[in-house]
Design a protein around this ligand. Structure first.
Ligand code: CP
Length: 339
């Protein structure tokens, strides 16, 4: 059976740790030739800076080739629904896209954000699942309703700074943003911190900003398996106090999904959730990070972003190293680390 990287939920902690170990080696020894003759197609249905650059460059640094396609812009738009009469904008079906690309390249990666209309539909993550079902090569998630590559980069960064991560306090804090954003990175923050046994705290303004029940339950179960704690709070001071690592993200309130104005009426009241120096002072000398892009002085202040404790750039760099390790693993390539 072909192996995909759709969600870290499908991978064991040890398998993820193996990738992180390889990524650390690749960070020190970036130029390798393990993927010579291999190729990957990168399908971007949404914009990107970090993901596109790190995958393209990473493949090149391993001797392989990456081909970027933006369906609906420089490639034909794709229909993902099965059995529909295709009389709309998309020109071809995911069945043909997956089949054709599988005959050309060795891996396919996709970024497919939710449609932001109906969460009961978007939460099924049907676009990447459709691609994975019809591709005969490994499929990589470059962000859908989770962002597993970001998770690896985050955990690589946490491990570098905290050394032992088990039972350390990981705070995922909601922040204000002018638009209702995807929950993917927030879902992923819960998944990876709990997978590695951290004491996880989710801080959000009120019950409307709780993440999807699936991710709350998954995080709670993983924390319990490690005898770690899983806490949901709306109390800023309690959340920050004693935190070892602060991770910020904004997301839209799921009960108002698809209704931007109604959601804004909620969100506009919570601009004080911004990460600032006074909140960070309540922590246990925590590091701060964010997946980026980040609006300064909206999500976090200049003071926080420019502080020594901000490791967001390091996390972004680690995207390159973890994705190289991942692509090598999916291609069955082992690092030759003896020197
Ligand atoms: N964090 C992240 O995925 O960045 P991009 O949206 O720029 O790819």
């Amino acid at each position: 059976m072909k192996k995909h990287f759709l969600s870290t939920e499908d991978w064991s902690q040890q398998a993820l740790q193996d990738l992180l170990n390889d990524a650390s080696y690749l960070k020190q020894h970036p130029l390798q030739n393990h993927l010579a003759g291999k190729s990957i197609a990168l399908l971007f249905l949404n914009p990107s800076m970090r993901t596109r650059t790190s995958f393209e460059l990473g493949m090149q640094q391993l001797g392989g080739m990456a081909i970027v396609l933006q369906p609906g812009q420089d490639a034909w738009g794709i229909e993902f629904e099965p059995g529909v009469v295709m009389d709309g904008a998309p020109e071809e079906h995911i069945k043909e896209v997956a089949g054709v690309l599988s005959s050309y390249v060795d891996m396919i990666a996709i970024r497919a954000f939710p449609a932001f209309q109906d969460w009961s539909v978007d939460r099924l993550d049907h676009k990447i699942k459709g691609l994975a079902a019809h591709a005969s090569v490994p499929v990589i998630n470059m962000e859908t309703i989770v962002h597993p590559c970001q998770e690896l980069a985050l955990m690589m960064t946490i491990q570098k700074h905290l050394k032992t991560v088990k039972r350390k306090k990981f705070l995922l804090t909601w922040t204000y943003h002018p638009k209702p954003l995807n929950t993917a990175v927030a879902n992923s923050g819960l998944l990876i911190s709990s997978k590695f046994g951290m004491d996880v705290t989710l801080l959000c303004p009120n019950e409307h900003y709780l993440l999807d029940a699936h991710y709350l339950a998954a995080a709670k179960a993983q924390c319990e398996a490690h005898a770690a704690t899983f806490t949901v709070t709306h109390d800023i001071e309690a959340a920050y106090t004693g935190a070892d690592f602060v991770y910020a993200k904004s997301w839209g309130a799921l009960p108002f999904y698809g209704n931007v104005q109604a959601e804004f009426e909620q969100r506009k009241n919570y601009q004080h959730f911004i990460v600032d120096g006074s909140k960070m002072a309540m922590t246990n000398q925590a590091k701060f990070s964010h997946c980026l892009p980040l609006r300064r002085n909206i999500k976090a202040t200049d003071e926080v972003m420019d502080a020594d404790y901000c490791v967001a750039l390091e996390e972004a760099e680690n995207r390159l190293h973890v994705q190289k390790a991942l692509m090598m693993h999916l291609m069955g390539q082992q690092l030759k680390t003896e020197e």
